[in-house]
Design a protein around this ligand. Structure first.
Ligand SMILES: Nc1ncnc2c1ncn2[C@@H]1O[C@H](COP(=O)(O)OP(=O)(O)OP(=O)(O)O)[C@@H](O)[C@H]1O
Length: 236
């Protein structure tokens, strides 16, 4: 579904992406893993068109992105710390997003009930707890039934019940054919959810494949240890 070819991005002297080449298969859940500051969010933003790469290409379903924005209608995005307008309520934000899309009828709002979020909908965003903001963030990512959902640390700040609700939603949508890219520092969560893993270090993808292959080739029984093995600079 997504092909990244030799993607490069620098911020000043900092070469964050130094030639990232990888593939995300349709219908899979692909985890992007790497140390803090390794460029996971930058990579995601290149796919979203929010960061313009210095070199390389992003191709989605055979179409190479060229600065046009139309393809983004097919992507749901849950950023880290969503920059919602602070004085609007969640209900107003959802209405505004629908308005921008021409008020489609077939929206997916089931997470509102699943999270028991109704009592929070009419409060200004600035007054919501971090976890409840994150729930609103998740609702908006799934709202327009996207083919591809990109989740940047989706369960950060969620309590165990909300985290389970979100993971159930991800698995249900995956069963229905949605493709996912997600980042998380919680390895048990990735082990539970992801099929494939792309490991980003020093600006390049150092491993890309099924999680079981990674465990096998590192000789580690769980993902956390396998990733720690890679982060320590060990080759596989
Ligand atoms: N707009 C920007 N201007 C300057 N530097 C930036 C910008 N965006 C990101 N960076 C830098 O690029 C590097 C990669 O950042 P990025 O947010 O992509 O990392 P990450 O892997 O998502 O990190 P984390 O795991 O901590 O969320 C960091 O050193 C960051 O400070």
């Amino acid at each position: 579904m997504i092909d990244l070819q030799n993607l490069k991005k620098r911020f000043g002297d900092l070469r964050v992406l130094r030639g990232v080449t990888t593939h995300v298969a349709k219908g899979d859940i692909t985890a992007i893993v790497g140390p803090n500051g390794s460029g996971k969010t930058t990579l995601i933003k290149c796919i979203l068109g929010l960061v313009r790469p210095d070199a390389g290409t992003v191709t989605i379903d055979g179409t190479t992105l060229d600065g046009s924005w139309q393809y983004r209608e097919r992507i749901g995005y849950m950023p880290q710390g969503a920059p919602f307008p602070e004085n609007l309520t969640a209900r107003e934000i959802i209405a505004m997003l629908k308005d921008l899309r021409g008020n489609p009828e077939n929206t997916d709002e089931e997470l509102i009930d699943a999270f028991d979020l109704a009592p929070e909908l009419d409060k200004p965003i600035r007054t919501l707890s971090g976890g409840n903001r994150q729930k609103v963030n998740a609702v908006t990512a799934f709202l327009f039934r996207p083919d591809l959902v990109i989740l940047d640390e989706p369960t950060a700040g969620l309590d165990p019940t909300a985290s389970s609700v979100l993971k159930d939603k991800i698995q249900a949508e995956r069963q229905a054919g949605t493709t996912f890219i997600l980042t998380s520092h919680v390895m048990s969560e990735l082990e539970e959810l992801a099929d494939h893993l792309a490991f980003l270090l020093n600006g390049t993808i150092q491993f890309n494949g099924p999680i079981d292959d990674l465990k096998q080739s590192t000789g580690c029984h769980n993902l956390e240890r396998a990733i720690a093995h890679l982060m320590q600079g060990n080759q596989i």
